[in-house]
Ligand binder design. Structure first.
Ligand SMILES: Cc1cc2nc3c(=O)[nH]c(=O)nc-3n(C[C@H](O)[C@H](O)[C@H](O)COP(=O)(O)OP(=O)(O)OC[C@H]3O[C@@H](n4cnc5c(N)ncnc54)[C@H](O)[C@@H]3O)c2cc1C
Length: 319
C-alpha cells in the first residue's frame, strides 16, 4: 500500500531529528529516513562542547536519546537510504508516482519503498572525505579528527599532521596553532591547491607544507604513529583530515536546489528555492556543529508547521 506523509525528513542526525520532533509534536505525520552509515555522530566517542552536557556525552547516546524523543511524539524513523526525491509537479499526469500519491507534492524513493510527502526536509549532513588511509576510521576520535573547532583542544602541545591539499587544510592548521606549535600540513601526494595568501599565512606561523602520501596510522588506544607510503614511520599524536567536505546532497541537486559552494542555500526560515523543500543542519553550511544543526531544525520545524497548518506556531501539547 502506498504510504503518504505530511513531512519526509532525509536524515536522522541532530537537524533531522529536531525537525521530526517539532513536526510530530504538532500532530503532523512525519517520516525520517537514514542511510546505513547514519550520522557522523555515531562515531564520535565524546562531545565536549554541547549545551547541557558538562561532563560530555557520546554521539551514540545523544542520537539514541533524540530518536526516542522524536518517536515518543509519533515520528516514524526508518533505516532506508534515499535514492531519489522527485517534485511531483515535474512528473507527467498519469505517471506511476502521480497515480500512487495523488495528493503528494514530492515522492521519495528509498532502497525499499516509495513514499509521498507534502513537504520535504533535506538534513542529510556532510560526508567526511576519506584520505584512503589504513585504520583512519578505527582511530576516529582517538587521534583522527575532522574538525579543529570540535576537537582542537584535545591536541594541546601535541604533534599533529593536517592532511589536505586545499585552503581548508591551511585554515584548519592555522586554527590548530592556538593549541600546538608542532603542526605539519601534508598534501598527501596531491597537487597543492592552497592559495598563495594561505601559503603566506602558514609560512608566517612556521607551519611547513610537505607532500608525502600517508599509507596508514597506528597506535594502541590512541594514534601514535603515521606510516608513509615510503614505509617510513613518524611519531604523531594527531591527524586531521581536511580533504574538503564531499557533498551528501547529490539527490538534492537533481531536485534543482540552489547551492552555495557545497551547501544548500536557504532563507532565514530554512526554506530552499523550491516551495515545500527545506534544508537544515550541516547541509546548509558552516558552522558544522550540533548546536547549529539543532537550531536549524527548530527554525525549519516551526516554519513548516506554520506553512502546512497555517497560523502561528504554538507548542501547547502536553508532555
Ligand atoms: C569526528 C567528529 C567529531 C565531531 N565533534 C563534534 C563536537 O564535539 N561538537 C559538535 O557540535 N559537533 C561535532 N561534530 C559535527 C557534528 O557531527 C555535525 O555538525 C552534526 O552531526 C550535523 O548534524 P546534521 O543533522 O546536519 O547531520 P548528520 O548528523 O551528519 O546526519 C546526517 C543524516 O543524514 C542521513 N543521510 C545522509 N544521506 C542520506 C541518504 N541518501 N538517505 C538517507 N539518509 C541519509 C545520515 O544517515 C544521517 O542520519 C563532529 C563531527 C565529526 C565527524
Amino acid at each position: 500500500m502506498a504510504t503518504s506523509f505530511d513531512v519526509i525528513v532525509v536524515g536522522t542526525g541532530p537537524a533531522g531529528l529536531t525537525v521530526a520532533l517539532y513536526a510530530a509534536r504538532a500532530n503532523l505525520k512525519v517520516l525520517a529516513l537514514c542511510d546505513p552509515e547514519g550520522s557522523n555522530l555515531e562515531r564520535v566517542p565524546r562531545i565536549a562542547n554541547l549545551f547541557g552536557f558538562p561532563d560530555g556525552v557520546s554521539g551514540k547516546k545523544l542520537l539514541r536519546l533524540a530518536e526516542r524523543h522524536a518517536t515518543r511524539f509519533g515520528a516514524t524513523l526508518k533505516k532506508e537510504e534515499v535514492l531519489r526525491c522527485r517534485d511531483c509537479s515535474m512528473e507527467k499526469a498519469g505517471s506511476l508516482s502521480r497515480k500512487k500519491f495523488p495528493k503528494a507534492k514530492f515522492t521519495v524513493q528509498t532502497t525499499r519503498a516509495m513514499y509521498g510527502a507534502r513537504a520535504l526536509v533535506i538534513a542529510a549532513g556532510m560526508q567526511i572525505h576519506s584520505g584512503g588511509i589504513k585504520n583512519e576510521f578505527a582511530f576516529f576520535g582517538k587521534g583522527i579528527g575532522v574538525c579543529v573547532a570540535c576537537d582542537g583542544p584535545f591536541y594541546k602541545k601535541k604533534k599533529v599532521m593536517v592532511v589536505g591539499n586545499g585552503n581548508l587544510a591551511a585554515s584548519e592548521a592555522l586554527e590548530l596553532n592556538t593549541f600546538t606549535k608542532e603542526i605539519v600540513v601534508n598534501t598527501h601526494g596531491l597537487k597543492s591547491k592552497i592559495d598563495p595568501s594561505w601559503q603566506r599565512r602558514l609560512a608566517q606561523a612556521r607551519i611547513p607544507i610537505i607532500n608525502q602520501r600517508v599509507a596508514a596510522v597506528h597506535g594502541s588506544k590512541w594514534l601514535d604513529r603515521v606510516e608513509l607510503t615510503s614505509g617510513a614511520q613518524e611519531s604523531y599524536q594527531g591527524v586531521f583530515l581536511a580533504l574538503g567536505t564531499a557533498s551528501a546532497v547529490d539527490f538534492a541537486r537533481s531536485l534543482g536546489l540552489v547551492m552555495q559552494g557545497n551547501a544548500i542555500a536557504t532563507d532565514p526560515h530554512g526554506r530552499t528555492n523550491i516551495k515545500g523543500i527545506w534544508a537544515a543542519g550541516d547541509v546548509t553550511g558552516a558552522p558544522r556543529q550540533i548546536g547549529k544543526s539543532v537550531g536549524d531544525g527548530v527554525r525549519t520545524g516551526i516554519d513548516l508547521i506554520e506553512s502546512l497548518r497555517g497560523g502561528s506556531y504554538v507548542d501547547h501539547r502536553e508532555a
